[in-house]
Design a binder for this molecule. Structure first.
Ligand code: GLP
Length: 263
């Protein structure tokens, strides 16, 4: 059975919650605490944000905190991990649309502080655009807190299996599992784009704090591999094992295989 010294010597990296609500609440509270701490210091908070089903309850809780507890996002600068290519921001399948729907339109973040890869441009301009995106992130001093989900194939952002751990923001080809998982959103597999722009693994690992949130039984196999398996480019999320600033936040179903081992 593979042994992971990081986890056994540092159990605080792993947060197991009974259900998705409680796991999401923990993540939202971490984000809110960072925002408030930076406000007290008169500073910005740079967030790296994710899309997909996983962070929806986190965003719902952040919206609630804004509406009922006075949490302001006026000092927040946000960078999204990725976006399909090509897609226009107005498309309801775009991550721009997703972020507006679930978070941005409900809070007081300044629109000019929102960065989401804009893939509505010609292929020859993409490398330059990706360099500029990286430059923007470093210009703000890097990401303070990066929220991640995980694909069933272990991807983080759209960094698919086989991606170099040194990769930066770039145009990527989507893995068949990723496209399959997106087909419900797009209505059919033929409508799912074949490419995306994703920030790289190198970009992600530079974040000062990383929270990988995984929910549901469908993630239990890959979570086990990512946490207990070898650190390998074949499971991009496995790189987090080596990062002291990374934490895994799981509900009971996503952590089921880890739990089995403990019993
Ligand atoms: C997409 C996103 C990832 C996300 C993953 C998991 O591919 N690019 O950032 O983590 O899906 O999605 P879900 O949360 O819906 O399982």
């Amino acid at each position: 059975m593979p042994h992971n010294p990081q986890i056994s010597s540092n159990p605080s990296k792993l947060h197991l919650f009974p259900d998705a609500e409680q796991a999401s609440l923990y993540v939202a509270q971490q984000i809110a605490a960072l925002i408030r701490q930076r406000q007290d210091q008169g500073k910005s908070a740079v967030l790296g944000l994710a899309t997909g089903n996983t962070p929806k309850l986190v965003y719902k809780e952040l919206v609630r905190m804004h509406q009922h507890e006075g949490l302001s996002f006026s000092n927040v600068i946000s960078f999204n991990l990725d976006e399909y290519y090509p897609i226009i921001p107005e498309d309801k399948h775009s991550y721009t649309y997703f972020m507006q729907k679930y978070l941005f339109k409900h809070i007081d973040i300044k629109p000019y502080n929102i960065y989401i890869p804009n893939t509505d441009s010609s292929a020859d301009r993409i490398p330059q655009y990706c360099r500029a995106y990286e430059h923007k992130i470093s210009g703000f001093g890097g990401i303070d807190l990066q929220l991640l989900g995980i694909g069933r194939n272990g991807h983080i952002g759209f960094n698919e299996p086989g991606t170099s751990f040194h990769a930066t923001t770039r145009l990527v080809n989507l893995h068949s599992v990723t496209r399959e998982d997106a087909q419900n959103d797009f209505g059919s597999i033929t409508n799912v784009p074949h490419q995306a722009i994703s920030i790289g693994i190198h970009t992600i690992v530079q974040a000062k704090k990383i929270l990988l949130l995984a929910l549901g039984q469908k993630k239990s196999d890959i979570i086990y591999q990512a946490i207990k398996g070898q650190i390998t480019t074949q499971v991009p999320a496995s790189i987090l094992q080596s990062l002291p600033q990374a934490e895994y936040v799981l509900d009971r179903e996503a952590g089921a295989k880890l739990d089995e081992e403990r019993q």
